[in-house]
Write a protein that binds this ligand. Sequence first.
Ligand SMILES: Nc1nc2c(ncn2[C@@H]2O[C@H](COP(=O)(O)OP(=O)(O)O)[C@@H](O)[C@H]2O)c(=O)[nH]1
Ligand SMILES: [Mg+2]
Length: 275
Amino acid sequence: MKKEIRKIDLKDIGYHEFFDINQKDHNLIPARVIAQYKELYILRNETSELSAKITGKMMFSASSTEDYPTVGDWVLIAVLDKQQALIHEILPRKTVLARKAVGSSDKQIIAANIDVALIVQSPDRDYNLNKFERYIVLAESENIKPVIILNKTDLLSEEELNTKINELKQRFEDNEIYATNIINEHGINDLRNLIKKGLTYCFLGSSGVGKSSIINVLLGEDLIKTGEISSYAHRGKHITTHRELYIIKSGGILIDNPGMREIGVLDSDWGIKNV
Ligand SMILES: Nc1nc2c(ncn2[C@@H]2O[C@H](COP(=O)(O)OP(=O)(O)O)[C@@H](O)[C@H]2O)c(=O)[nH]1
Ligand SMILES: [Mg+2]
C-alpha cells in the first residue's frame, strides 16, 4: 500500500527564516529529517518523503556525532529521483536536545530544532519528581520550553490525582503541567490547544509511560505502534518503517522519543538501557 503524501508548506513542518539566511547553495533544496536508521535518513519536503544518505565529503569531514544529521534537522539536499536524495549539509540548528553519554564526554544528540519538550511520566512507571527535574534542566539548557505531562490519570483516584498535581505545582511552579489519560481522553484537548502550527514538540520520558499513545490520540489515527514492541510494521516500503516525526493536520510537529533505539533510553538514573 502506497502512503498518500499530502502537499505541505515547509513552514508547516517548522521551516523558518533562520534557515534561509544560512542557505548558500541554491541548487540544493531544504528538507527535514523525520527519521534516522543507521546511515539512512528519511526526509520530508513539500511534496514527498525521500530516503537519503550523506555525501562522502560530509562523511569524511565528520568528527563527532554532532556532524551527522539527526531527527528534526533541516538539511540541504540534491534530489536523485522520486524517492532518493543526497544530503549535502546540515543547516545550523536552532536548538539541540542532547545528553552526555555515560562514561564519556561525548554528546549524544537526541533531536534538533525542538521548540517544546513534552516530558511524560505515568504513576505506574517509576514515577519520580527528580526525573522531571532532570529533563527540565536538559531542555532549559538549550532554550527549549519544558512542559510536564502526568499521563494515565485513570489509574489514580481523584484524591491521589489531586495530591500529585499539587506536588507538581509546588515543585515546578514556573512550568505548564498537564494531566492526561487516553482512556477517556482527559486533558487531551488542553494538550491539543498547546500545540501550535509550525512548532516542533518532542516527547520525552521512559518507555511505557504512554508517549506514543498520546501522539496517536493527537493525530487521531493509530499511526504509531504502541506497547512493548515499538518497531513499526512494514508497509511494503522501508521508508515508512521508522518514522519519528509526525505532522498533525492542525499544524504542529510531534517527535516521538527520537533516537532512543540507537542510543538507549533515558532511564531513572540516566544510564543506558538497551531497547
Ligand atoms: N491506563 C492507561 N494506559 C495507558 C495510557 N496511555 C498509555 N497507556 C498504555 O501504556 C502502555 C505503553 O504505552 P506507549 O504509548 O507504548 O508508551 P511509550 O513507550 O511511552 O510510547 C500501552 O499498553 C498503552 O496502552 C493511559 O492514559 N491510561
Ligand atoms: Mg513509544
